[in-house]
Write a protein that binds this ligand. Structure first.
Ligand SMILES: Cc1cc2nc3c(=O)[nH]c(=O)nc-3n(C[C@H](O)[C@H](O)[C@H](O)COP(=O)(O)O)c2cc1C
Length: 224
């Protein structure tokens, strides 16, 4: 199993990168593969007007690393992880641009759009955020947006890790230890309990297997 971590900060040795590296440590310790990709290195062009920008063959004509990023690295991966600083209460522009440009590949004008749509669905996802402010409301919009995008992609969104820090690497001093949380997310990204239910999702009334076992041991009325 492989995760790709999209690193959105222009500071390549900053706080969100530290969270991404901790995630990678956890993934490797759990025996899975991980690739960290610096978005500002691989993607330089902004989304344009597809009607004027698309080539005659329907393909995106922006000459940067986006096509290879999406088709060669991201589609074959099993989890997409987003590592971003909080910028003006949202994601960094490079990450938003990454999402915006998917439209060029999923829309019907792109010859292989079905391959792209099939290739995107069915993964797991997670979010790593670094922010100066500790106020939980400051990250709500970002978390909500990434969860909605995950739902739209048919990804199982596993967890958000938020670390506080402003100076480069300062996140390691956050007493809530977000680096440990990112490491743990890396370890469990493919095994962690996922709980976005539909009303007809088949499930037990107990969330955790240990609780189910305890109820079984306690007898038939234990969980009423
Ligand atoms: C353009 C910009 C906008 C920012 N906006 C916010 C913000 O809205 N809220 C906040 O808590 N921190 C904000 N910050 C601080 C960063 O989120 C914080 O320094 C973060 O740790 C940077 O992550 P990095 O080291 O990965 O770049 C902003 C920083 C910059 C440069």
């Amino acid at each position: 199993m492989k995760s790709v971590v999209l690193c959105a900060s222009p500071r390549v040795d900053g706080n969100s990168r530290a969270l991404a590296e901790a995630f990678a440590e956890g993934s490797i310790s759990a025996g899975s593969e991980v690739e960290l990709i610096d978005l500002s290195e691989s993607v330089s062009g902004l989304l344009r007007d597809c009607r004027t920008c698309r080539g005659e063959d329907g393909r995106c004509s922006i000459k940067d690393g986006y096509s290879s990023l999406l088709l060669d690295s991201l589609l074959p991966a099993d989890a997409w992880i987003y590592a971003t600083p909080l910028y003006y209460y949202g994601m960094a522009a490079s990450l938003k641009n990454f999402f915006d440009r998917i439209v060029c590949y999923q829309s019907a004008s792109y010859p292989d759009h079905q391959v792209v749509i099939e290739g995107i669905r069915g993964k797991r996802s997670g979010l790593l955020v670094s922010a100066e402010e500790k106020n939980q409301a400051s990250t709500l919009g970002l978390v909500n947006q990434v969860q909605e995008i995950s739902r739209y992609f048919k990804h199982e969104f596993v967890e958000t890790v938020i670390g506080s820090g402003n100076r480069r690497g300062e996140v390691r001093f956050d007493p809530t230890d977000p680096l440990a949380a990112a490491r743990s997310l890396g370890e469990t990204i493919f095994t962690a309990h996922h709980s976005d239910y539909d009303m007809d999702s088949e499930r037990s009334n107990a969330v955790w297997p240990e609780s189910r076992d305890a109820a079984d041991a306690e007898g038939p009325y234990a969980d009423s």
